[in-house]
Write a protein that binds this ligand. Structure first.
Ligand SMILES: [Zn+2]
Length: 235
């Protein structure tokens, strides 16, 4: 490949880099981030709302169970109001006392569990309300973000189009073989496609050149780096 062709290819590559920069800027733009974030949130929202619903149901069931247990114990305790009669009928007072204290303990435990559960249910409900509010607000924002992103992307795509037109002009002076080789590597996401060999090494990845490679470069040819597969020219 002639020095002139190498220079033209480098110029083409320099222009081509603008396309990559535009694509990068679009991908990293606030507009895209906002849009993607809102989209991901809304996509995950139904599942999260379902999970919250299931949790609320679970808490309600637990609450119901504890209230029933509490009632049971309270009813049993009323039997102890007649403890004097029971003892008179020949009952063992220590047995009743033990039973009574066990039931009182159990009732205390249930009351504390009920307090905790009531708090959990309240927290869960607050979380659910907050999430619902957020979902509604993001639903409203979503269209706005989507439009802003599409508008921004269209504007940048126009810029990229102008660059592509320039590339088209530049490619007219580059041999078909060189151009095809460049485009193949470019489509493999190798960039830069062509770079200098400096001090017998690839200037991009640092790989040493083979003897045959050095000889080819000395003849003015372009070689391929054995490691990163970029085209190398004598720098
Ligand atoms: Zn390399």
């Amino acid at each position: 490949m002639s020095q002139n062709q190498i220079q033209l290819l480098l110029k083409y590559q320099e222009e081509d880099e603008k396309i990559l920069r535009i694509e990068n800027e679009v991908n990293n733009s606030e507009q895209r981030k906002n849009y993607m974030k809102a989209r991901a949130f809304l996509k995950a929202a139904p599942e999260k709302l379902d999970a919250m619903d299931a949790r609320a149901l679970e808490l309600a069931k637990l609450l119901e169970k504890l209230v029933a247990e509490q009632q049971d114990i309270a009813e049993t305790l009323t039997d102890f109001e007649n403890i004097d009669e029971l003892v008179e009928d020949g009952g063992d007072i220590s047995f009743y006392k033990k039973n009574l204290s066990q039931l009182t303990e159990k009732l205390k435990k249930i009351k504390s569990e009920l307090n905790n559960l009531t708090k959990s249910a309240k927290d869960a409900d607050e979380e659910f309300q907050a999430f619902k509010k957020k979902t509604i607000s993001i639903q409203k924002q979503y269209e706005e973000y989507k439009n802003a992103y599409q508008e921004y992307r269209a504007k940048r795509q126009k810029e990229a189009e102008a660059v592509r037109e320039e590339l088209e002009k530049l490619s007219a002076d580059i041999s078909e073989k060189a151009m095809n080789g460049y485009q193949t590597k470019r489509s493999e996401r190798i960039f830069p496609v062509i770079c200098a060999a400096l001090q017998d090494r690839c200037s991009k990845c640092g790989m040493s050149l083979s003897i045959a490679g050095k000889e080819a470069l000395a003849r003015g040819d372009i070689i391929e780096c054995e490691n990163c597969h970029r085209y190398l020219f004598k720098g």
